[in-house]
Design a protein around this ligand. Sequence first.
Ligand code: F6P
Length: 542
Amino acid sequence: MKTPRCDETEAWGALAGHFEAHGRDFDLRDAFARDAGRFDALSIEAPEVFADLSKNRIDTATIRFLLDLARECGVETRRDAMLRGDAINTTEGRAVLHTALRAPRGKGPFSADVHGVLDAMYAYVETVRDTATSGIRHIVNIGIGGSDLGPQMVVPALDAFAHPGLTLHFVSNVDGHDIAPVLRKLKPAETLFIIASKTFTTQETMANAHAAKAWFEANGGTDIANHFCATTTNTEAAATFGIKTTFGFWDWVGGRYSLWSSIGLPIALAIGADNFRALLAGAHAMDQHFAHAPAAKNLPLLLGLIDVWYRNFHRFTSRCVAPYHQGLKRLPAYLQQLEMESNGKQVDLDGNAVPFATSPVVWGEPGTNGQHAYFQMLHQGTDVIPVEFILVKNVTHDMSDLHGPLLAQLERQHTILLANGLAQSQALMQGKTTAQAGAEKAPTASQQLDPLTLAKHRTFPGNRPSTTLMLDRLTPRSLGALIACCEHRVFTSGALWGINSFDQWGVELGKALATNLLPRLSSGDASGLDASTAGLLARLRA
Ligand code: F6P
């Protein structure tokens, strides 16, 4: 399907003009002073997620031009093609149907297949979670990239819903320093290994799977059938490995969009079938919002449009994600793959080099920890980096084993957390002038330095943009909605840029070269290598 690329539209030119006239010098403080209704006008209520977009460098005119851009680029047409199951991943000739994985029974494409696997997974989950009978205490997910990052992010996020008798471990790196400390804690009879790989050929996962099998047998494990299972589209390869229990999925599920498929098995084992259903239901609610909400109130669409505004007009190179919830500590890493593997592309669907920037760098760490590390640069560094704050209104601690005073203390700490999250977005926007800094007392500052120099060091430029996403509680349903929102936002910017957000050819070259270098590490053969690689190889062998 051919839809115009963003730079081929009239709206692109209009946005360029709007940027020169009102965007480059846009000041958030003035915008709030001018318009008392700004917060109401620029906040959006989507399923499970409230979004305050008002601290972004946008106004209603910007939104109007961006919505024109979406219309001219046919984002809604492309969205409908995705939801219908057209092969929009053109370089692999595949449909992109992660939304079908969370559609209710009988509703989405491939429903019988999807719900057949879910039913089998749920039945298996119940037997393993019956720990008195199964004897399982530890579950080790062995997978990498999309076969790791989703479950590894969701499991700690939903810790309050987890089975208290099961400990989940995640092993991904081919570096043995990843699996070795995990295996040290385990006993074969109490352990279930999940070998998670869409292709079942990925070097790192296969290496760790063999390490796990070797450890299992060397430590008296006998019943591989009961202690190893697989989640893969390549059921034959799993059988060849000796695995009897396999949960399949399909080539129309991209790795980084696969936590809703059988790749989510570790999540279902941790939180149980009903909670996994709620995760899917939350994602489905966001899918419905993306499919049907009017463009001006469509959260993933607006987030994707603002991303393009920042990347291509303001030329911001990165976006920081700061979840103010420790359970979301792996969310930035998850979003890194989702966005950078999807939209880190340099050619359009026809293979033409795009004359504009694509994926930003996505990075971050939870607050408040980040405040004591990278926030200095966000406030006073030379680059402007939009920040995405994620605030969760209510706590979800498992209260059963928490006593009165401790409970009260943790509630207090939650209020401190929220105050900090709010304060950071406020500080980024407000800043502090040199005059304000000079008028303040700074007890820890040097007495030797002249006051003006000191005030300049203590000046904050402000006008630094942020978005705040707010959840009521971090539950399976709200997390499902939040993740689906991020998926659709990445879809939106990719559709505007006219790129294929669903392939990942960029990971291939390094894999091929590693295959070539592997035997050279033993043989020392440096023929045909560049001088740097040859020199490093020689040092590694010395
Ligand atoms: O890094 C490339 C990649 O193909 C990712 O897209 C994918 O999530 C990951 O490798 C793992 O692949 P597999 O699930 O096939 O082992």
